[in-house]
Design a protein around this ligand. Structure first.
Ligand code: HAM
Length: 439
């Protein structure tokens, strides 16, 4: 007797997410929007592998950041390589820029991506362990107009997706002025150690800037009183930042200055910004995205010194906000034709007719496994079909087909051989009627 296998119900891995068909409408919309912006602003698509050497992220994102020290999915490959699932995409894009000699192309090299990232963070609303980002990177130019344009892209994409957005912007200085500022900051916190949370006590020496964006209430109060980096920028750094702000003023962008925007990754220099949705239902300000300059990164990865800037936006968070804001989706564009059938003979003919219409570019749909006409007409209605073609035994014998106008319910018998002409005639009439209505 065969041994019955025990049934085991498999589950989704914690922090991961299935993207079901209903939600794909949002994904398609976002993808399309990102691709359109990329085209207009001259960014080309890049896809880098999900797996990279762990050292890439240690050297760029930074060993002491939460992302690298606590959240990376790292492993040793069967060949003995120390690898990690990418926690973000900028480091990989810069690696690819150097590795493929893009330094020799006309600068700036403008690249965009959309893909999954992995961080072993505590899962909660809007925080996953596999999440998607789309991002734009412009490598090889430090003109402040590029900074303003990147900020503008991050702002307008989300505006056009129906969200109310505010940009918070800061300058984190070049490496010299930042080193000077970190000294001042350490001094400020020296006699306040006892008031800091446990994490910030650890961060004080290794990752001092992060004390400014800690979420604990006490640390936030201390950060409000802390010295501000803008007062420690070099003359050149100040000028650059002012020029960025002037460009932003000349664009219609809702932005504010926030001296506590320091970003969670080590590679940032000068302009840094985060992107927030203003009227979130829960009142919590969770960043939808962020970006900044990373002028030292190409150099740090072995290329020649090359200024660069970019941003990334979390797709799941954007969709969450779109759902909260009840953004209307072009849900059901519908079809011109639904092919219905009654009986085995009719079904054989109907599947061929469907395939013929589809391959010739008609907007056509079906549910061939349904048997009753009532069910099929209901399905045609749900799918917003304009006309249903109905084929039964009688129509097969007469070499005819029924065309049902789904709006009026009127049915006409037509010669099967003239079916395409009859449909086109009706669709053309519809177009003419709609144009008249619009006038
Ligand atoms: P980031 O601020 O670490 O920047 O991530 C950007 C966005 O990714 C966040 O604002 C958020 O929307 C989304 N995100 C991050 N972690 C999670 C998570 N666990 N679950 C869901 N969404 C998440 C970067 O990654 C930089 N590479 C951005 C950049 C590009 N800077 C310059 N160029």
């Amino acid at each position: 007797m065969a041994v019955k296998k025990k049934k085991v119900k498999m589950q989704l891995v914690k922090g991961m997410k299935d993207i079901l068909p209903d939600e794909q409408l949002y994904w398609n919309l976002i993808r399309k929007k990102v691709e359109n912006f990329a085209r207009n602003y001259g960014f080309s698509r890049i896809d880098t592998p999900i797996v990279e050497f762990t050292s890439l992220f240690k050297r760029t994102v930074g060993e002491d950041t939460d992302v690298v020290s606590k959240e990376m999915y790292s492993f040793v490959s069967p060949g003995g390589d120390k690898l990690s699932l990418r926690p973000e995409n900028t480091a990989s894009v810069v690696r690819a820029y150097i590795e493929h000699g893009m330094l020799n192309l006309p600068q700036p090299v403008k690249l965009f991506y959309i893909g999954p990232q992995f961080r072993h963070d505590n899962p909660q609303a809007g925080r996953y362990r596999q999440f998607w980002q789309f991002g734009f990177e412009a490598i090889g130019d430090d003109d402040p107009v590029i900074d303003a344009q990147l900020i503008a892209i991050s702002y307008y994409i989300l505006k056009e997706l129906g969200l109310d957005i505010e940009i918070q912007v800061n300058s984190v200085g070049d490496s010299d002025s930042r080193a000077e500022y970190i000294k001042v900051l350490k001094k400020y916190y020296q006699d306040k150690k006892k008031l800091l949370c446990k994490d910030c006590n650890l961060r004080l020496n290794k990752n001092t800037l992060r004390l400014l964006d800690c979420k604990s209430k006490k640390c936030q109060e201390l950060a409000e009183e802390a010295p501000q980096i803008v007062d420690y920028l070099s003359e050149g750094g100040k000028e650059h930042f002012m020029a960025v702000l002037e460009y932003l003023d000349s664009l219609d962008i809702k932005y504010s200055l926030n001296p506590r925007i320091v970003r969670g990754l080590d590679y940032y220099t000068r302009t840094a910004w985060e992107i927030f949705e203003c009227s979130s239902k829960d009142g919590k300000l969770n960043a939808l995205g962020g970006g900044g300059r990373y002028d030292d990164l190409v150099d740090a990865l072995g290329g020649r010194p090359t200024p660069a800037i970019g941003f990334a936006i979390g797709v799941e968070r954007v969709i969450m906000k779109m759902q909260e804001a009840k953004v209307e989706l072009n849900k059901n564009k519908g079809f011109d034709i639904y092919v219905a059938q009654l009986g085995n003979e009719a079904r054989k003919k109907a599947i061929s007719l469907f395939e013929e219409l589809r391959s010739q570019g008609f907007s056509v749909t079906e549910n061939m496994s349904k048997k009753g006409l009532k069910d099929q007409l209901e399905a045609a209605d749900k799918k917003n079909a304009k006309y249903t073609l109905i084929m039964g035994q009688k129509e097969i014998s007469d070499d005819t087909i029924l065309i049902r106008d789904m709006e009026s319910g009127v049915q006409e018998i037509v010669d099967y051989r003239k079916i395409k002409m009859e449909i086109r005639k009706r669709l053309d009439k519809n177009i003419a009627k709609n144009l008249k209505l619009k006038k």
